[in-house]
Design a protein around this ligand. Structure first.
Ligand SMILES: [Zn+2]
Length: 676
């Protein structure tokens, strides 16, 4: 600690002479050289017809990944994926729900109601099997939200296991900024949260009631985006729904009518903290048939190692997605989704930032990490995979700066950094904006939940302070109305259409400015002594413990098992002898829990002899809340990993029914040979 304090002091001394000069001037002189024409070259190539719209899992997407990797290499950056190469594999599955899929509502008495696929409902099998059969009672769960920070719990201990959840999208109505952020949408309101939370609770299927006002889009949008092929990350150990579904409002009326209730009444009840789940006495009988296809896509990752050995295990991360929508062969005329703005521009900035950081004479104390991610258009999947693999990376990201779809219109006089205000880094962002003469534009429509729709969100949800950098509406030589006009024109005529093509008359100086701004933020973050955190009380503050940093999050560990409520828990420690002899590997244990909550038996199913005892010793100390009835049991995988990164880092990470225990290998020379 003392050493750190000294270092800060000396850094301050070095900075003093600069403060004397007009700091805007000094700022400009110091500023990194970003070449707008180099950004243009990348954008022009990535958006060319030769890359066929960079579809995920398609040839053009892979060519884009190889191009970006080759650029990183040519700049002299090190490979940084968890495999030690530039390419991080992202195993994926595409699923298409076939027309023979059926949904029938079966009341306790009376006539069954058969629903029509696509007209009445859409469904996707997230559990990734070709066929699934569901016959289970439907339970109305309000908004399906558990949010301790707002003292909100729609479940009240109700066991959803094996049942079908019926719920509303969005979140309780509120004007109070301290309650679900007032009018702004929090993640609890997004449909993806609903599917995740109900799956965690063991539901077989979830039906979201579609109300245009609550979803902010019509049934056509639901039908189009769910009716075709959908890609998923290959499923891991996390529980998944056999039918993730939306139903039309009219269908919901019919359904709750079978139970003698009405939808508006249920909506009113759902606004109350006292709400409890309502069993409707109606079953869903469903047969979900899907066409499946597995493939591997890639994130592209590179890094520059920081200059300070006790800090360079931490990194500032820059991200931009390189995928777009590929080719639509059924379309006449120009059928390539070139994705010039979305997101060849972000990649151009990312690559030029990578070049600038590679050229910087002295690396900052912390490392700089770059990730061009895939499958954003499929639902932020490449970055989600990156987030899930974060503990395996050679360095720990402390901040993510993301770039997504910046139209090269000219010199911006504003910058958008929505979400930055959720972090303790915000004062530095404000100061940097000032240095650049940029006004910070706040999110004009927080109720639309844009923060949850770009790749930085995937990092935020594993606890890394993250936000995107973008231009605002005000450009040099134009008024704000002009900027808004351009944005509207883009959304109407080019966004997610083949017309999103490269133009020679584009001015890339503004994008260079956005890159320089991001460079400066990265430099501050990679240098400053204070850690970057979420503002206390932010919805992502807790998430940090879920993926890494020692603490075990029991909600994650026992996902989908509300009967396993832990009262005492301690992770196994890496056995010293195993560490000395460089033994790593996985131990699988079968655990049974008595009614009084004590662990009854620990049976080791497999694992290295030197690792087994640590697992048994640890698990024997765990206790759970007592519960009458049958003996509870679960299987736990404990993965012991030797961490070869330059300096030892986090100790334990958690996934559902999976603990990852890290240790540094014994100090032989490998550490030095590996780090350079
Ligand atoms: Zn897009």
């Amino acid at each position: 600690m003392k050493k750190k304090a000294l270092m800060v002091f000396s850094t301050l001394l070095v900075c003093v002479p600069l403060v004397g000069i007009s700091h805007l001037e000094a700022g400009r002189e110091k500023r990194v050289k970003i070449d707008p024409e180099k950004i243009r070259v990348h954008v022009k190539y990535l958006a060319s017809d030769a890359l066929e719209g960079r579809g995920t899992g398609q040839k053009g997407g892979e060519i884009a990944a190889e191009y970006i990797a080759a650029q990183f290499k040519s700049f002299g950056l090190q490979p940084a994926s968890d495999a030690g190469t530039y390419l991080q594999s992202v195993p994926m599955v595409s699923m298409k729900t076939l027309p023979e899929t059926t949904f029938t509502l079966v009341p306790a008495n009376g006539q069954s109601v058969t629903l029509k696929n696509l007209d009445d409902f859409v469904a996707s099998n997230e559990s990734q099997t070709e066929s699934a059969d569901i016959d289970a009672p439907i339970v109305f769960v309000g908004y399906g939200i558990t949010a301790p920070e707002y003292k909100w719990d729609d479940y009240k201990g109700y066991d959803l296991k094996g049942k079908v959840a019926l719920l509303f999208v969005n979140e309780p109505l509120s004007e109070d900024p301290n309650f679900f952020k007032g009018k702004a949408l929090t993640y609890y309101g997004r449909w993806s949260y609903k599917y995740e939370e109900t799956a965690r609770r063991g539901a077989a299927a979830t039906l979201i009631i579609h109300r245009t006002d609550l979803a902010s889009y019509g049934w056509e949008v639901v039908r189009n985006s769910w009716g075709g092929e959908k890609s998923y990350l290959e499923r891991g150990s996390a529980p998944k729904l056999q039918a993730a579904s939306w139903i039309q409002l009219e269908v919901a009326k019919k359904l709750v009518g079978l139970a003698g209730l009405d939808v508006d009444g249920l909506f009113q009840q759902a606004q109350s903290r006292d709400f409890k789940p309502i069993e409707l006495g109606v079953r869903l009988k469903a047969h979900v048939v899907s066409q499946m296809h597995s493939f591997v896509a890639h994130n592209v990752m590179a890094m520059r190692t920081g200059s300070e050995p006790n800090k360079n295990n931490e990194a500032v991360l820059y991200t931009a997605h390189y995928d777009h929508l590929g080719i639509d062969k059924s379309r006449a005329g120009h059928n390539i989704y070139n994705g010039a703005v979305d997101n060849a521009t972000g990649c151009g900035i990312l690559l030029e930032l990578a070049r600038a950081w590679a050229k910087t004479k002295k690396a900052p104390p912390r490392s700089i990490l770059f990730a061009a991610v895939t499958a954003e258009e499929q639902g932020l999947l490449g970055s989600e995979h990156l987030g899930k693999r974060i503990v395996y990376l050679p360095v720990d990201p402390i901040l993510d700066l993301n770039y997504d779809a910046l139209e090269p219109l000219g010199i911006p006089e504003e910058v958008e950094v929505s979400g930055a205000e959720r972090t303790t880094f915000y004062p530095a962002v404000e100061a940097t904006a000032k240095e650049f003469g940029l006004a910070i534009r706040s999110d004009p429509r927080p109720e639309a939940g844009h923060y949850y729709r770009s790749d930085h969100f995937s990092l935020a949800r594993v606890g890394i302070p993250s936000f995107s950098i973008s231009e605002g509406m005000k450009f040099q030589g134009h008024d704000e109305a002009w900027g808004e006009e351009q944005a509207n024109d883009y959304v109407k005529n080019r966004y997610h259409q083949p017309a999103d093509m490269y133009r020679d008359d584009w001015n890339f100086k503004g994008l260079a400015e956005m890159a320089a701004f991001g460079y400066e933020l990265g430099l501050k973050a990679a240098t400053q002594a204070e850690p970057i955190k979420w503002v206390p009380g932010d919805e992502f503050e807790k998430a940090r413990g879920i993926a890494w940093e020692g603490g075990i999050n029991e909600e994650t560990l026992f996902a989908g098992r509300p009967d396993l409520h832990v009262t005492h828990l301690a992770a196994p420690t890496y056995p010293p002898l195993a560490r000395q002899t460089r033994i790593s590997g996985t131990v699988v244990a079968k655990v049974s829990v008595r009614n009084d909550g004590k662990v009854d038996q620990v049976e080791i199913l497999n694992g290295h002899p030197l690792l087994r005892q640590a697992v048994v010793d640890s698990l024997r100390q765990w206790t759970f809340s007592s519960q009458s009835g049958e003996t509870r049991g679960f299987e736990l995988r404990c993965e012991f990993i030797l961490d070869f990164s330059p300096s030892p880092r986090k100790e334990v990470a958690v996934e559902p029914f999976h603990l990852l225990i890290f240790a540094s290998p014994p100090t032989v020379n490998t550490v030095t040979s590996k780090s350079e």
